[in-house]
Design a protein around this ligand. Structure first.
Ligand code: GAL
Length: 416
């Protein structure tokens, strides 16, 4: 009897004692804009419904460079967050250092191998083990237009080529608007250059340059031509572009001050957050000259090695991220496509449906390629070597010829 009572007492204690560390996750991410914050809330609410507390650790700055600096200092101090929003090769670098957890048990129980596209599994696994949970598939080769300005200019469809797109910006300027909404930060210039490069040199050349790092393709007449095309784009942005955040540039399109922005489909999250309707208040086109190609990047939640007391909540988070219902709810708000191949597009708007269909077609047709700017074409040091030269050219510090040469030199060093 006494023994039974002790047991009853023990289990009552176990049930009621708040297992603090076990039911909370600390998540480091860079989703700080209006649309991004709305998307984060979807995840936070899903976890809180399971009794898992969300400790938010936002570090602003698209493409996550600032966030990665904070992660480095946390890991060095022996105190990693539970989970970190991460892109492509950043995940693999952390995995190589042995800093990430093994998610195989959850992945196996939930059949992730069968539903996550191979292109994403490449970054979510290390030595065949799951270390990260992919939350979406974004892509960078999009144009977001002001419906009002397009109507005023009589533009009813995407132009045939990149020159036609720039022509729309010129006509918008003539009508008193800003031609192109541009955020002057290196990662944004690199993001625009993903599209300019493909529109100029085609997909095979893009792969030679950014994936294979072929020196002859990097320092080539085609690169000089691509940079000069970026220079033509540069001539159509307003004077206050320097340092501007990407979402403030999106707001210029939402507010019908600028004709369009070239940006990844996280921009759609801003339109949705502002109550705008796809296909009416704004249009989404693939950047003319890049149709058929999808330059993708996938946000993933890399799971760090944490103490046993935090592993359960970490597994709960991985499981929530991968649930089909969550993937639909989250990606509708975020502007991206789900990271699973088995979810319906029924609830997505016209741009979401297009994004999902484009992704499927590009995956089947061999035209899905990692975004250089967003860390899916090569290692972080290489990415930075390219984006530094692109930005230096954009800001007039290097000529196109000098920038092409600089890229070849610094990329070679970054590979060592
Ligand atoms: C990207 C990320 C997106 C988006 C964007 C701007 O790197 O993949 O989810 O939020 O940065 O912050």
């Amino acid at each position: 009897m006494k023994k039974l009572m002790t047991l009853a007492l023990l289990s009552a204690t176990a049930l009621t004692a708040p297992a603090k560390a076990e039911d909370s996750v600390e998540v480091l991410h860079w989703w700080t804009s209006g649309g991004e914050a709305a998307a984060v809330s979807v995840l936070k609410d899903a976890l809180q419904a399971k009794g898992v507390t969300w400790n938010d650790m936002p570090v602003a700055g698209g493409s996550g460079e600032a966030a990665m600096t904070v992660v480095r200092s946390r890991v060095t101090a022996g105190n990693p967050p539970t989970s970190v929003q991460m892109l492509g090769y950043d995940i693999l670098e952390w995995a190589d250092q042995g800093a990430l957890s093994n998610l195989d048990a959850t992945a196996k129980a939930e059949g992730w191998d069968d539903v996550v596209p191979q292109a994403l599994q490449f970054f979510a696994k290390s030595d065949g083990h799951w270390v990260s949970a992919p939350v979406n598939v974004h892509s960078t080769n999009w144009v977001w237009t002001s419906g009002k300005i397009m109507e005023e200019l009589g533009v009813t469809e995407a132009p045939a080529d990149f020159a036609g797109l720039l022509d729309i910006a010129k006509r918008a300027q003539d009508a008193g608007y800003i031609g192109i909404a541009h955020g002057g930060q290196p990662w944004q210039e690199a993001t625009v250059f993903d599209s300019v490069a493909i529109a100029t040199g085609g997909l095979d050349w893009y792969k030679k340059v950014f994936v294979e790092l072929d020196q002859d393709a990097i320092n080539s007449p085609t690169m000089i031509e691509a940079l000069n095309n970026l220079g033509e784009y540069r001539a159509l942005v307003d004077d206050n572009f320097s340092g501007r955040d990407w979402n403030l540039a999106t707001a210029m399109v939402i507010n019908d001050q600028a004709a369009f922005q070239i940006m990844g489909d996280w921009a759609k999250g801003e339109f949705v957050n502002a109550g705008e309707v796809a296909g009416e208040d704004f249009q989404c086109w693939r950047v003319p000259g890049t149709e058929g190609v999808v330059t993708f990047n996938a946000d993933q939640f890399a799971m760090f090695n944490v103490g046993d007391d935090r592993k359960n909540a970490q597994a709960e988070m991985a499981s929530s991220v991968m649930s089909p219902e969550f993937q639909v709810a989250f990606n509708i708000v975020k502007g991206s496509a789900p990271a699973r191949i088995d979810v319906s597009d029924a609830e997505f708007d016209a741009c979401g449906k297009k994004g999902m269909a484009d992704l499927k077609a590009a995956n089947a047709g061999g035209t899905l390629v990692g975004s250089q700017a967003q860390g899916h074409a090569n290692r972080p040091a290489v990415k930075t070597a390219f984006s530094d030269a692109i930005t230096a050219f954009f800001n007039g510090e290097l000529t196109a010829e000098e920038a092409a040469e600089e890229m070849a030199d610094t990329v070679a060093i970054a590979q060592q």
